[in-house]
Design a protein around this ligand. Structure first.
Ligand code: KIV
Length: 277
Protein backbone atom coordinates (compact mmCIF):
# COMPACT_ATOMS: atom_id res chain seq x y z
CA UNK A 1 0.00 0.00 0.00
CA UNK A 2 1.42 3.40 -0.93
CA UNK A 3 1.39 6.56 1.17
CA UNK A 4 -1.67 8.02 -0.53
CA UNK A 5 -3.49 4.75 0.10
CA UNK A 6 -2.75 5.02 3.82
CA UNK A 7 -3.96 8.60 3.85
CA UNK A 8 -7.31 7.57 2.40
CA UNK A 9 -9.28 7.07 5.58
CA UNK A 10 -11.50 4.49 3.96
CA UNK A 11 -8.75 2.00 3.07
CA UNK A 12 -9.44 -1.16 5.07
CA UNK A 13 -6.63 -1.94 7.50
CA UNK A 14 -5.96 -4.66 10.07
CA UNK A 15 -7.12 -2.17 12.73
CA UNK A 16 -10.40 -1.67 10.88
CA UNK A 17 -11.02 -5.44 10.76
CA UNK A 18 -10.49 -5.68 14.53
CA UNK A 19 -12.94 -2.82 15.06
CA UNK A 20 -15.47 -4.56 12.80
CA UNK A 21 -15.24 -7.70 14.92
CA UNK A 22 -15.69 -5.71 18.10
CA UNK A 23 -18.90 -4.04 16.90
CA UNK A 24 -20.21 -7.18 15.19
CA UNK A 25 -19.94 -5.82 11.64
CA UNK A 26 -19.39 -8.74 9.28
CA UNK A 27 -16.32 -8.75 7.00
CA UNK A 28 -16.77 -9.60 3.31
CA UNK A 29 -13.85 -11.22 1.49
CA UNK A 30 -13.62 -12.45 -2.11
CA UNK A 31 -10.75 -13.68 -4.23
CA UNK A 32 -9.54 -11.90 -7.36
CA UNK A 33 -6.65 -12.60 -9.70
CA UNK A 34 -6.72 -9.75 -12.21
CA UNK A 35 -7.06 -5.98 -12.64
CA UNK A 36 -10.59 -5.81 -14.07
CA UNK A 37 -12.14 -8.05 -11.41
CA UNK A 38 -10.30 -6.20 -8.64
CA UNK A 39 -11.82 -2.92 -9.84
CA UNK A 40 -15.31 -4.44 -9.84
CA UNK A 41 -14.90 -5.90 -6.34
CA UNK A 42 -13.44 -2.72 -4.89
CA UNK A 43 -16.21 -0.61 -6.42
CA UNK A 44 -18.84 -3.02 -5.07
CA UNK A 45 -17.53 -2.53 -1.54
CA UNK A 46 -15.86 -5.83 -0.65
CA UNK A 47 -13.71 -5.31 2.47
CA UNK A 48 -10.81 -7.62 1.63
CA UNK A 49 -9.61 -9.02 -1.70
CA UNK A 50 -7.63 -12.22 -1.40
CA UNK A 51 -5.21 -13.01 -4.19
CA UNK A 52 -5.66 -16.68 -3.41
CA UNK A 53 -3.44 -19.50 -4.54
CA UNK A 54 -6.76 -20.87 -5.83
CA UNK A 55 -5.49 -19.02 -8.93
CA UNK A 56 -3.64 -22.28 -9.50
CA UNK A 57 -7.04 -24.03 -9.94
CA UNK A 58 -9.41 -21.49 -11.39
CA UNK A 59 -6.99 -19.37 -13.39
CA UNK A 60 -4.27 -21.81 -14.47
CA UNK A 61 -6.34 -25.02 -14.55
CA UNK A 62 -4.22 -27.14 -12.19
CA UNK A 63 -6.02 -29.72 -10.07
CA UNK A 64 -4.46 -28.43 -6.81
CA UNK A 65 -3.00 -25.18 -5.44
CA UNK A 66 0.49 -26.69 -5.17
CA UNK A 67 2.03 -25.82 -8.57
CA UNK A 68 1.62 -22.04 -8.44
CA UNK A 69 4.90 -20.14 -7.94
CA UNK A 70 5.88 -16.98 -6.06
CA UNK A 71 6.44 -15.17 -9.37
CA UNK A 72 2.99 -16.14 -10.62
CA UNK A 73 1.37 -15.00 -7.36
CA UNK A 74 3.21 -11.68 -7.60
CA UNK A 75 2.02 -11.26 -11.20
CA UNK A 76 -1.62 -11.72 -10.11
CA UNK A 77 -1.23 -9.52 -7.03
CA UNK A 78 0.32 -6.65 -8.99
CA UNK A 79 -2.69 -6.60 -11.31
CA UNK A 80 -5.14 -6.75 -8.39
CA UNK A 81 -3.40 -3.96 -6.44
CA UNK A 82 -3.33 -1.80 -9.58
CA UNK A 83 -7.07 -2.35 -9.99
CA UNK A 84 -7.88 -1.46 -6.37
CA UNK A 85 -5.64 1.62 -6.43
CA UNK A 86 -7.29 2.88 -9.61
CA UNK A 87 -10.78 2.31 -8.25
CA UNK A 88 -11.78 3.57 -4.78
CA UNK A 89 -8.67 2.10 -3.11
CA UNK A 90 -10.79 0.88 -0.23
CA UNK A 91 -10.27 -2.90 -0.17
CA UNK A 92 -7.41 -4.46 1.73
CA UNK A 93 -5.41 -6.80 -0.53
CA UNK A 94 -4.02 -10.03 0.96
CA UNK A 95 -1.76 -12.38 -1.00
CA UNK A 96 -1.44 -16.12 -0.41
CA UNK A 97 2.10 -17.37 0.11
CA UNK A 98 2.28 -20.40 -2.21
CA UNK A 99 3.23 -23.95 -1.28
CA UNK A 100 6.89 -24.29 -0.19
CA UNK A 101 7.51 -20.55 -0.05
CA UNK A 102 7.33 -20.51 3.77
CA UNK A 103 7.66 -24.11 5.01
CA UNK A 104 11.44 -24.63 4.77
CA UNK A 105 12.57 -22.13 7.39
CA UNK A 106 11.39 -18.95 9.09
CA UNK A 107 14.24 -17.08 7.43
CA UNK A 108 13.25 -18.14 3.94
CA UNK A 109 9.59 -17.43 4.76
CA UNK A 110 10.52 -13.93 5.89
CA UNK A 111 12.57 -13.31 2.75
CA UNK A 112 9.68 -14.45 0.53
CA UNK A 113 7.04 -12.54 2.50
CA UNK A 114 9.18 -9.42 2.24
CA UNK A 115 9.58 -9.91 -1.49
CA UNK A 116 5.84 -10.43 -1.97
CA UNK A 117 5.04 -7.26 0.00
CA UNK A 118 7.71 -5.12 -1.69
CA UNK A 119 7.02 -6.14 -5.27
CA UNK A 120 3.27 -5.76 -5.34
CA UNK A 121 2.25 -3.40 -2.53
CA UNK A 122 -0.21 -5.82 -0.92
CA UNK A 123 -1.44 -5.15 2.62
CA UNK A 124 -0.76 -8.61 4.06
CA UNK A 125 0.23 -12.22 3.38
CA UNK A 126 -1.69 -15.42 4.16
CA UNK A 127 -0.15 -18.71 5.30
CA UNK A 128 -1.70 -22.12 5.96
CA UNK A 129 -1.00 -23.95 9.21
CA UNK A 130 -1.13 -23.77 12.99
CA UNK A 131 1.55 -24.43 15.62
CA UNK A 132 3.94 -25.74 12.95
CA UNK A 133 4.29 -22.26 11.48
CA UNK A 134 3.92 -20.28 14.74
CA UNK A 135 7.59 -19.17 14.81
CA UNK A 136 7.37 -18.17 11.16
CA UNK A 137 4.24 -16.10 11.75
CA UNK A 138 5.98 -14.38 14.66
CA UNK A 139 9.10 -13.69 12.61
CA UNK A 140 7.09 -12.19 9.74
CA UNK A 141 4.78 -10.10 11.93
CA UNK A 142 7.73 -8.90 14.06
CA UNK A 143 9.13 -7.03 11.06
CA UNK A 144 5.75 -5.42 10.39
CA UNK A 145 4.20 -7.67 7.76
CA UNK A 146 0.59 -8.53 8.69
CA UNK A 147 -0.20 -12.26 8.53
CA UNK A 148 -3.57 -13.88 7.96
CA UNK A 149 -3.70 -17.50 9.14
CA UNK A 150 -5.61 -20.40 7.56
CA UNK A 151 -6.85 -23.48 9.47
CA UNK A 152 -9.22 -26.38 8.86
CA UNK A 153 -9.09 -27.66 5.32
CA UNK A 154 -5.75 -26.40 4.07
CA UNK A 155 -5.61 -27.05 0.31
CA UNK A 156 -1.79 -27.04 0.28
CA UNK A 157 -1.98 -30.22 2.42
CA UNK A 158 -4.44 -32.02 0.17
CA UNK A 159 -2.07 -34.92 -0.48
CA UNK A 160 -1.80 -35.49 3.27
CA UNK A 161 -5.61 -35.48 3.75
CA UNK A 162 -6.37 -37.47 0.61
CA UNK A 163 -9.75 -35.71 0.18
CA UNK A 164 -11.52 -32.34 0.44
CA UNK A 165 -13.94 -33.54 3.13
CA UNK A 166 -14.92 -31.47 6.20
CA UNK A 167 -12.06 -31.23 8.72
CA UNK A 168 -12.01 -31.30 12.54
CA UNK A 169 -15.23 -33.27 12.97
CA UNK A 170 -13.67 -35.44 15.61
CA UNK A 171 -12.63 -34.44 19.12
CA UNK A 172 -8.87 -34.54 18.82
CA UNK A 173 -8.59 -32.67 15.52
CA UNK A 174 -11.16 -30.12 16.74
CA UNK A 175 -9.20 -29.48 19.96
CA UNK A 176 -5.98 -29.19 18.00
CA UNK A 177 -7.56 -26.64 15.65
CA UNK A 178 -8.92 -24.67 18.61
CA UNK A 179 -5.44 -24.52 20.16
CA UNK A 180 -3.82 -23.71 16.80
CA UNK A 181 -6.12 -20.70 16.44
CA UNK A 182 -5.03 -19.43 19.86
CA UNK A 183 -1.37 -20.02 18.96
CA UNK A 184 -1.74 -18.09 15.69
CA UNK A 185 -3.32 -15.18 17.53
CA UNK A 186 -0.50 -15.20 20.11
CA UNK A 187 2.06 -15.34 17.29
CA UNK A 188 0.68 -12.12 15.84
CA UNK A 189 -1.81 -13.12 13.12
CA UNK A 190 -4.43 -10.40 12.52
CA UNK A 191 -7.16 -12.76 11.24
CA UNK A 192 -7.68 -16.46 10.53
CA UNK A 193 -9.47 -18.18 7.65
CA UNK A 194 -11.42 -21.24 8.85
CA UNK A 195 -12.11 -23.56 5.94
CA UNK A 196 -14.67 -26.38 5.86
CA UNK A 197 -15.09 -27.14 9.56
CA UNK A 198 -18.26 -27.67 11.65
CA UNK A 199 -20.11 -24.40 12.35
CA UNK A 200 -20.16 -25.12 16.10
CA UNK A 201 -16.35 -25.35 16.21
CA UNK A 202 -15.96 -22.19 14.10
CA UNK A 203 -18.32 -20.36 16.47
CA UNK A 204 -16.30 -21.52 19.49
CA UNK A 205 -13.02 -20.41 17.90
CA UNK A 206 -14.57 -17.07 16.90
CA UNK A 207 -15.78 -16.40 20.45
CA UNK A 208 -12.42 -17.26 21.96
CA UNK A 209 -10.30 -14.97 19.77
CA UNK A 210 -9.94 -11.20 19.73
CA UNK A 211 -8.87 -11.30 16.06
CA UNK A 212 -11.51 -11.94 13.37
CA UNK A 213 -12.23 -15.33 11.84
CA UNK A 214 -13.12 -15.51 8.15
CA UNK A 215 -15.15 -18.59 7.25
CA UNK A 216 -15.45 -20.62 4.09
CA UNK A 217 -17.78 -23.53 4.74
CA UNK A 218 -17.56 -22.72 8.47
CA UNK A 219 -20.99 -21.28 9.26
CA UNK A 220 -22.50 -17.89 9.92
CA UNK A 221 -20.91 -17.26 13.32
CA UNK A 222 -17.53 -16.40 11.81
CA UNK A 223 -16.65 -12.70 11.83
CA UNK A 224 -16.51 -12.68 8.03
CA UNK A 225 -16.96 -14.87 4.96
CA UNK A 226 -14.72 -15.61 1.99
CA UNK A 227 -15.54 -17.27 -1.32
CA UNK A 228 -13.75 -17.75 -4.62
CA UNK A 229 -15.03 -15.19 -7.13
CA UNK A 230 -15.31 -17.75 -9.96
CA UNK A 231 -17.63 -19.85 -7.77
CA UNK A 232 -20.11 -17.09 -6.84
CA UNK A 233 -20.26 -16.00 -10.48
CA UNK A 234 -20.93 -19.54 -11.71
CA UNK A 235 -17.94 -19.54 -14.05
CA UNK A 236 -17.06 -23.14 -13.33
CA UNK A 237 -19.65 -25.73 -14.36
CA UNK A 238 -18.21 -28.66 -12.44
CA UNK A 239 -17.64 -27.24 -8.93
CA UNK A 240 -20.73 -26.93 -6.72
CA UNK A 241 -19.83 -27.56 -3.09
CA UNK A 242 -22.47 -26.95 -0.43
CA UNK A 243 -20.67 -23.89 1.01
CA UNK A 244 -20.78 -21.90 -2.25
CA UNK A 245 -23.69 -19.60 -3.02
CA UNK A 246 -23.80 -19.02 -6.77
CA UNK A 247 -25.26 -15.58 -7.52
CA UNK A 248 -25.27 -15.71 -11.31
CA UNK A 249 -24.64 -18.22 -14.09
CA UNK A 250 -21.89 -16.40 -15.97
CA UNK A 251 -20.74 -19.57 -17.66
CA UNK A 252 -24.04 -19.72 -19.58
CA UNK A 253 -24.27 -15.94 -20.06
CA UNK A 254 -20.73 -15.71 -21.48
CA UNK A 255 -21.24 -18.83 -23.60
CA UNK A 256 -24.44 -17.37 -25.09
CA UNK A 257 -22.73 -14.03 -25.81
CA UNK A 258 -19.85 -15.79 -27.56
CA UNK A 259 -22.26 -17.95 -29.61
CA UNK A 260 -24.07 -14.77 -30.70
CA UNK A 261 -20.73 -13.15 -31.68
CA UNK A 262 -19.67 -16.21 -33.70
CA UNK A 263 -23.07 -16.17 -35.44
CA UNK A 264 -22.82 -12.42 -36.19
CA UNK A 265 -19.32 -12.79 -37.69
CA UNK A 266 -20.37 -15.75 -39.84
CA UNK A 267 -23.49 -13.95 -41.08
CA UNK A 268 -21.53 -10.74 -41.83
CA UNK A 269 -23.79 -8.97 -39.35
CA UNK A 270 -20.69 -7.75 -37.48
CA UNK A 271 -19.20 -5.22 -37.90
CA UNK A 272 -22.05 -2.92 -38.95
CA UNK A 273 -21.29 0.41 -40.69
CA UNK A 274 -21.44 2.31 -37.39
CA UNK A 275 -18.91 -0.15 -35.95
CA UNK A 276 -16.52 0.49 -38.84
CA UNK A 277 -14.32 3.44 -39.98
O1 KIV B 1 -6.76 -19.61 -2.24
C1 KIV B 1 -7.90 -19.26 -1.87
O2 KIV B 1 -8.74 -18.84 -2.65
C2 KIV B 1 -8.19 -19.37 -0.44
C3 KIV B 1 -9.60 -19.11 -0.02
C4 KIV B 1 -10.53 -20.08 -0.55
C5 KIV B 1 -9.71 -18.96 1.46
O3 KIV B 1 -7.34 -19.66 0.33
Amino acid sequence: MNRSALQKAAHVTTRRLLDMKQVGEKISVLTAYDYTMARILDRAGVDVILVGDSASNVFAGHSTTLPITIDEMIYHAKAVVRGVQEESNRAMVVIDMPFMSYQLSSEEALRNAGRMMKENECDAVKLEGGRVIADTVKRITDVGIPVMGHLGLMPQSIYKYGSYKVRAQEGMEAEELFEDAKILEESGAFAIVLEKIPSSLAARVTRSLTIPTIGIGAGVECDGQVLVINDILGLNREFHPRFVRQYVDLNTIIGDAVKQYVHDVREKDFPAPDESY
